[in-house]
Design a protein around this ligand. Structure first.
Ligand SMILES: [Zn+2]
Length: 133
């Protein structure tokens, strides 16, 4: 039986949404590591799920409200690298591609995550502006 593509998780990990990022979006179940949280946040962008983005944003940097830009088509996520700074801090480098009104764009960021009370949170990130790929 071929896999139905519309069931595939937007994060590109190759699993179905329900058994991938869907486990952590709107369920209250904490992602086990920073990469899984980061992937679930990408999937939330794809699905327009602002509540999940806010819920996984660290209180120190979280915006009061979040307006997702309408019409953005997310094309894919590539996790380039990740490493744990210590037991409760980690960094994930990724490239996310999107398209808005026929214009392609590419976000290459190294994000910082912190774990508090058993939950990982996105803190902030550095953008790579000079990029050859
Ligand atoms: Zn996923």
């Amino acid at each position: 039986m071929p896999t139905l593509s519309h069931d595939a998780c937007p994060c590109g990990r190759g699993a179905h949404f329900a058994t991938c990022c869907g486990r952590y979006i709107g369920t209250g179940m904490p992602a086990p590591d920073a990469e899984s949280l980061m992937r679930s946040r990408y999937s939330a962008f794809v699905r327009g799920d602002a509540p999940h983005l806010l819920a996984t944003w660290h209180a120190s940097t979280r915006p009061a409200t979040l307006e997702l830009e309408p019409g953005v088509k997310w094309l894919g996520l590539e996790v380039r690298a990740q490493h744990a700074t210590d037991a409760d801090h980690a960094e994930v480098e990724f490239v996310a591609r999107s398209r808005l009104g026929g214009r392609a764009s590419r976000l290459h960021e190294r994000s910082r995550f912190v774990r508090e009370g058993g939950h990982w949170y996105y803190v902030d990130g550095d953008l790579f502006t000079k990029d050859k790929t």
